[in-house]
Write a protein that binds this ligand. Structure first.
Ligand SMILES: C[S@@+](CC[C@H](N)C(=O)[O-])C[C@H]1O[C@@H](n2cnc3c(N)ncnc32)[C@H](O)[C@@H]1O
Length: 211
């Protein structure tokens, strides 16, 4: 699977690094909201960062001395994103996997899964949501941080950037329906303003998998 990121950055990793690590918006409030959650997890918690990109979340976990307490797996379909992640984060508790998210084969393996700014780039969120629900243990928690807030009533807003790459606002109804069918229920939602941007508030959510 060659992603748009690979086409854009495969011969220019320095620009990718500058874009991801030199930009205030990517170190902002929604990511810190997630990192504050990690601070209270029990030792050994297994986290899957689904669509981990260039590893910015793992980088902040490392900076805030939280990686030693957890087992972190980052999965992404983009080789150049993973190359950057591997370069920036070196830690024994970290594992990187090149894979599309709808092909994850780790049933009941993770205590927590993070999807941050990921489903928006897919035409159909359903296969990804089913796949991450499947890798969660019973009572495990799925965090979805929406970069484009979902549509709460009415039709999703589908924006095609190029073949296989989108910038969507999916419908919350679809997200809830697919997850509920996989026994994963919404337990928390709040809007957070990215302090570094003059953007709208972004939706951060938590779901728990039932037995
Ligand atoms: C906007 S970036 C966000 C990266 C990271 N979650 C963060 O918050 O910094 C989206 C990432 O998700 C990955 N991604 C999107 N859809 C995917 C899919 N279906 N399978 C695997 N990776 C996917 C992309 O390759 C990209 O690296």
């Amino acid at each position: 699977m060659t992603t748009l990121w690979d086409k854009k950055f495969e011969n220019d990793s320095a620009s990718l690094e500058k874009w991801l690590y030199g930009k205030q918006s990517l170190t902002g409030s929604t990511r810190q909201w997630f990192i504050d959650e990690v601070k209270v997890w029990p030792k050994g918690t297994a986290l899957l960062d689904a669509g981990c990109g260039g590893g910015v979340t793992a980088y902040h976990l490392l900076e805030q001395q939280l990686l030693s307490n957890i087992s972190y797996t980052g999965v992404d379909a983009s080789q150049c994103m993973l190359n950057l992640a591997k370069k920036k984060i070196k830690h024994q508790n970290v594992n990187w996997v090149l894979s599309p998210l709808d092909a994850l084969n780790y049933p009941n393996k993770f205590d927590k899964v993070l999807l941050r700014a990921v489903i928006e780039h897919n035409l159909d969120p359903e296969p990804i949501l089913k796949s991450v629900a499947n890798v969660l243990k019973t009572n495990g928690v799925l965090y979805i941080i929406f970069w484009n807030n979902p549509v709460f009533t009415g039709e999703p807003k589908i924006k095609k950037i190029e073949d296989g790459f989108y910038d969507n606002s999916h419908s919350m109804e679809t997200v809830l329906r697919v997850l509920q069918a996989s026994k994963v229920d919404l337990i928390h939602k709040e809007f957070i303003k990215e302090k570094s941007e003059n953007s709208n508030e972004r939706l951060v959510t938590k779901f728990r998998k039932k037995s």
